[in-house]
Design a protein around this ligand. Structure first.
Ligand code: MN
Ligand code: ZN
Length: 501
């Protein structure tokens, strides 16, 4: 998709020809008064056309309302769209982002030119707002059609969109800072959507290696290396697969050379059959998305590097395939994790925590990070608790949890905090080993989080259970993709607003 839309900026006054998009606000003056101001801005002999059309359609400039005029008389335009934005002074970045997505949703798939006039009577549309609109356009335009051999012929061309703004130079600068975030989300979406016969652990690692092009340092460890450092919990998950397990370490060093890094860890089970505790057939195809946490980390590292974030950041992803096989791990097996703690396997489908336990421990020991945030499509139970509106947040640190919550509200990638406590922790004590990998039927997301906590020591840490958001992602104005790239914008925001020098 990345090149199906071309976005550029130009300065007012707009030459309104071709497909044009205007904005109107609601508020004290009323959307229709706003429409007459828009009509004036047209500087065309449209007369009271917009006001009459607005009245006929009860258009009042409310957020989400659209006035769609085909071949409006008195104007030479083939089509004019007027978008309501609600009360203009109250608009937050997320509102501009959403607006961009909504506009894209009304544009045709086919090639052509569209002009969007980012002007509101009496309101200054900032360069940042313009960049958010551009990001919303870009994210909505995404579609994963790599495997569609019969593409509609009219899709072949490019949609060229010009955003008309007061200060085009400033808008271009703002977009340059945001464009990489869009690319990061797209990278994450592509990875999640890709099927597991293509996206094996080694292919995933190879794609993560592309981050070198934007200045990220990438190291890949294969099974020999992982055996040497003792990641036996992770290796146990992949031992039933013909595909070699991998761990990828990505480093972006944009901060002071002696500053401890922030660390992001992702679960990358490229396909989860459940292993010997095999899953039922219905819906199993979705398990190609059981690597959405790792995908997010790759997208995030790209985004941080592209905007040259002033932070040292580490991304570590554990990539395995969970398959049943003559060599596969069994229920009852006991493995020794890299931390030295032993784990009794009760259910081979509770594999994500085994991967993450080793990767969290490794990250903590090697990098002594300022904090660790891990993302994992970890439990179906989080969907029962929270649906797809919020990801589950578990943390041993109130400040980090509060920062994540705030970043969720600002970006629309919302998180809801769930409990951790010694009473829950007890549920994963094992008869035969230090712990077991499931805690029984109730509180499944919580006992999974308790398991992870046993591998983080005293490092401030947060676990995001994204089983409800990372794959089969909620559809929105800026996302129509199964893999929504959830978390890239959230964590970029977290870093930008709380942890940069
Ligand atoms: Mn599983
Ligand atoms: Zn899984």
């Amino acid at each position: 998709m990345a090149d199906s839309v071309k976005i550029s900026f130009a300065k007012f006054p707009a030459t309104l020809e071709g497909f044009s998009v205007l904005l109107a606000a609601s508020g004290a003056a009323g959307g229709r008064a706003s429409l007459s101001a828009v009509a004036e801005a047209l500087a065309a002999p449209a007369g009271d056309l917009l006001e009459r059309a607005g009245a006929a359609d009860r258009f009042e400039g409310k957020s989400g309302a659209v006035l769609d005029l085909l071949a409006p008389s008195g104007l030479s335009l083939p089509r004019l769209l007027v978008f309501g934005v609600g009360k203009a002074p109250d608009l937050r970045p997320i509102d501009w982002l959403t607006l961009g997505g909504s506009i894209m949703g009304k544009l045709p798939d086919s090639a052509g030119d569209v002009g969007i006039l980012l002007d509101l009577p009496g309101v200054e549309v900032s360069a940042q707002a313009a960049a958010e609109v551009a990001l919303g356009l870009r994210l909505r335009a995404y579609s994963f059609d790599r495997y569609k051999t019969k593409k509609k012929s009219e899709d072949a061309g490019k949609l060229r969109i010009t955003l008309y703004v007061g200060d085009d130079a400033a808008a271009k600068r703002a977009w340059k800072k945001r464009e990489g975030i869009g690319e990061g989300v797209v990278i994450a979406r592509d990875l999640v959507n890709e099927p597991a016969n293509v996206l094996t652990p080694t292919e995933f690692a190879r794609r993560a290696g592309d981050l070198a092009k934007v200045g990220v340092d990438v190291e890949v460890m294969g099974e020999k290396d992982l055996k040497k450092i003792g990641m036996r919990a992770l290796l146990g998950v992949g031992q039933g697969s013909d595909e070699e397990s991998q761990v990828v370490v990505m480093r972006w060093n944009g901060g002071k050379s002696d500053a401890a890094p922030v660390a992001f860890i992702g679960k990358g089970v490229v396909f989860d059959t459940g292993g010997i505790s095999i899953k039922p057939a219905a819906g199993m195809e979705d398990m190609k998305g059981d690597m959405a946490g790792a995908a997010c980390v790759v997208g995030l590292m790209h985004a941080l590097a592209r905007r040259k974030a002033k932070v040292n950041a580490v991304g570590v992803i554990g990539l395995v395939e969970n398959m049943p096989d003559g060599k596969a791990q069994r229920p009852g097996d006991i493995v020794t994790s890299m931390s030295g703690q032993t784990i009794e396997i009760i259910n081979t489908d509770a594999e994500g925590r085994l991967v993450l336990g080793d990767v969290l421990w490794y990250t903590k020991e090697r990098f002594k990070p300022r904090f660790m945030v891990n993302l994992a499509t970890l439990t179906g139970a989080i969907l029962v608790a929270l649906g797809t509106e919020n990801a589950g947040l578990f943390s041993n640190d109130d400040a980090l949890a509060a920062n994540l919550h705030e970043a969720g509200l600002e970006t629309g990638e919302k998180v809801w905090r769930m409990p951790l406590s010694p009473e829950y922790d007890k549920l994963i004590d094992s008869k035969f080993a230090d712990m077991k990998n499931t805690g029984g039927r109730f509180g499944g997301s919580i006992t999974a989080a308790q398991f992870l906590q046993r591998f983080v020591g005293t490092v401030p840490w947060a676990h995001l259970d994204i089983a409800g958001t990372g794959m089969s992602s909620p559809q929105s104005e800026i996302n129509r993709s199964w893999g929504g790239g959830w978390g890239v914008r959230l964590l970029d925001h977290l870093v930008a607003h709380q942890y940069e020098d």
